[in-house]
Ligand binder design. Sequence first.
Ligand SMILES: O=P(O)(O)OC[C@H]1O[C@@H](O)[C@H](O)[C@@H](O)[C@@H]1O
Length: 301
Amino acid sequence: MDLTQLNEHFALPGILAFHQTPTGLIYADVTTPQAKATVYLQGAHITDWQPAGQRPILFLSRKTDLLPGKPIRGGVPIAFPWFAADKNLTRFQGKPGPSHGFARIQDWTLAFVALSGDDLHLTFTLGPSQMSRDLGFDNFALAYQLTIGRSLTMRLTVANNATTPLVFEEALHTYYHVIDVHEVSVTGLEPTSFIDKTDNMRETPAANALLTFTGPTDRVYENTAATCIIHDPLAKRNTTIAKTNSNTTVVFNPWKELPDMAPDEWHEMLCVETVNAAANAITLAPNSTHTMQAHITIANI
Ligand SMILES: O=P(O)(O)OC[C@H]1O[C@@H](O)[C@H](O)[C@@H](O)[C@@H]1O
């Protein structure tokens, strides 16, 4: 659907309207009694969620390009069907796939809109495309359900429509806005060992202490379904991330400016990602589905 059709079919006066950036990306502009949000069709990518009375919860780089086919830096990129670098080149006839897969750089289809009390439900779908087929993925379907209100729920369902198992990784690669990452801590991962991507993928024992940030951080915590809490004393809030059917959590801060970030913006961001990757990659039987969910709530402290 083009912009006009989206507005004809789905707009809700005062609640939901669709707009287009000068660069050609279509987005949903959401204003409910409880929250504001922005969701791009490219990647079904939520870039802003701001419950009433709160500062923005999600980080979005001021320098991100918002160009067709280019990943957006911030918000919640959906990684599928692999996480980070494509590690299995032979599966794709030697062609390297894009970082974090193709789902975040494809246009999704908006399939469902409904208001339920103060919550807005949006469902996006993605099926095979020329790009996915070129990378060896031709028999899957994705549905992404967002429930936007005082809390945010993100549910990603993968269906395997093939006659052979579908092996994939997935992530709701959530960038949180924090006032100063030096002052922030994360609880929930104390008892869990991790792969340290900043130290040659070293298997690192559990710290048994809350997580604070003093340098580049890129950690893959496997076999954990734990709820995590981001404690941001300067913002006077705790952000709680509860997961369903996710056994990996990734924590990321580059500790330097990335090419599509403004200088020093890394101070203001922290990724705590709801993931199934590495040892927790999913093998999905034919004619079955897998649903991973993240539920985010905010409490003032
Ligand atoms: O630059 P990208 O492709 O968006 O990836 C950002 C980061 O995403 C993290 O989740 C990965 O663990 C990092 O290794 C990676 O650098």
